[in-house]
Structure formats: C-alpha cells, structure tokens
Design a protein around this ligand. Sequence first.
Ligand code: CA
Length: 386
Amino acid sequence: MTMQRRSFLKKAGIGLAAGAVAAPAIAQTASLPTVSWRLASSFPKSLDTIFGGAEAIAKRVSAASGGKFTIRVFAAGEIVPAFSVHTAVQNATVECAHTAPYYFFGTDPTFAFACAIPFGLNARQQNAWMYHGGGLELMRDFFKDYNIINFPAGNTGAQMGGWFRKEIKTVADLKGLKMRIGGTAGAVLEKMGVVPQQIPGGDIYPSLEKGTIDAAEWVGPYDDEKLGFYKVAKFYHYPGWWEGGPELDLFVNMKAWEALPPEYKAILEAACYEANSDMLAKYDALNPAALKRLVANGVQLKPFSNEIMAACYKTAQEVYSDFAAKNAKFKKVYDSWTRFRAEQIQWFSISENRFDNFMTATQRISQAAPAKGAPAKAAAKDAAKK
Ligand code: CA
C-alpha cells in the first residue's frame, strides 16, 4: 500500500482495519497466474453471430481477469478442421473449442443432445433441461469419456429448413435429394431417401453453386443471407424441424479446466452463460430484417407440408428407438430427455402457446388492415373462427 493511500485512509477515518482487509485482496489478484489458451471454432469468421460467440467469451474472460487469462480464437480450418475440434480438445491440441456438438454424432449419436435432435426442444426448453432439468449432469457424464467438460455457450433459436433449388411439395420429392445437413437430422432424412452431406458452414456455398448438392440448410435468415445461398437456390423452406433450439457448446479439455484457479473457472463459466443468452438475443433481433431483405430479393418462402413433417416425425422415432437399442449411453440420456420434453410441451401448450398464437393472429390482422382499428378484437374474431 502506498503512503498516499495510507494517509487517505487515516484522514477518512477508516484506519488500519479497512486497510488490512483491502491489502490481501490486492495481493491475491496479483498472484493469479497468466494463462493463455487457444480455441478452435467450427465456424467461419464471416459469421459475427455464431463465430462471434467465441470471440465474446474470449473478450469477457480477458476483461474480467485483468488481461491475465486470454483465449485466442481460431476460425474453422485455421488450426483445426471444423469437424475435428472434439478430438483436438480431447488430445489437448487446443485447450478448448466452440462448436455444435451434433457434428460428432458419427462418433456417438449421444453428442447431439448437447445441441439438437429432430423434433426436440426449443431454445427455452433446451436451457431448462441443461441448467435445471438434469441435462448438464447427464451430458458431462457422457463427455468425461472424451476428457471434455462442456458448457452451453450459444443458441440460434429455431432454425429454417434451408435452401432448395426445387420446391419440396411431397415426401416423394425428398428422394435422391443431395442435401447439406448435419447431425442426427441426416440419419432421419437418409431413411426418407435424402443423401445427407456434412459440410462446414464456410464451404456450403460453393457446393450449392456448383450443383454438387441440391439443397442446404445452415441456420436462419441473418446467417444464410451472409453466406449468399439465395443467389443459387430460391426456395426457402421452414421450419428446421431438426433444430428447434440448437445449443452451441464450449468444449474444454478436462486437465486444462482442472488446472485453472477457481477465479478463472468462475469467469469462464459466467462468460459461457453470457454467450448462451446473448447469441440467441442477437439472432432474434437480426433475423426479421434479414428475412424481409431475402423476400425482397425474390426468395420463395415455403412451409414444409404437414404430410412431410408427420412422415419425418415418425421416421425420427424409429431412428431413436434403433439408437437406444444399440447404445446404452444414448438410451440413458434419451429416456430422461423424452420425459422432460413431454412435460415441457404440455406446460408450453397452456400459457405460452396461447399467448404466442393470439399475438401472431393480432399482428397478421393489423398488418392486413391497419385502418380498421382494434386489432385485438379482430384477432379474437379470427381465433374464434378456428
Ligand atoms: Ca442447421
């Protein structure tokens, strides 16, 4: 403590007691080690949303540690290919990675529960399962076998179904379709006749442009516009029933995690919570304007038919039963997850859905006839008709 500060404390009447409390706190911070990590992202630099999630974590960790704990973020392919980041973390080639866990579904389909599986949870329900429904414990138990501890660290919200050169009207239209689609959804669509391709985000556009693939899904309007898919495929189907609320994770090498002082553990954990909610807010705020621009550019917005959705739902259940029969790890998580999903859907169907549906109807009517006054009354009428 400097002389100046000591005399200030005396003058202020605080005396030595306060000084004695302050001094060790300063000494403790000074004794924290300098830690430099490398992070391999599965995403391209051009996407400020999903790639930006890792940058936001690095920025917060550095700021909160006074610049002593730094994480250098590398885009997909810079030091590790997009779909190899799990092994890079497992083998301590890098300390951590920011990724969509379902990319590693070929290694074990259980990975996908830390991200999304078809007809799964929306973003709110995914967070509820992870943080307060036993999901994080189950997934961390699974990730232990890979020397990885995972942290929810981003969510895109419900995704779009993607870009198609030809409109998909019936289940038969799926046959022979070469489509870029990742994770468990590929296994479901494969049974429907699709030829799924797992291609990193940054490499999708050239494949679609060249015609190597007929269709591609990525995330939603804001990202998809940036990647330029509308220039080579005009039909934009929705919803992405395979990704109702996909989570992104920070994978951290277990030894690197255990070596961190508790202060840095707390900082990193908080930075991941922050990234998890901030990414979703960013997507929700940016998607509406991007969708308007896409439609203005001639994009044909088309819902998947109920027939297609129902057939895919049925196939998904078969795929899950098959996985559960063969894979005890999958079954353990699936059983808990299925119970949780059923309760969530029931709960959301009461207040949340009624509220959302009413607001959607109100908005539709007020946009169609802005001069006719009381939109709420019109919406009530519209809802009563159904
Ligand atoms: Ca996607």
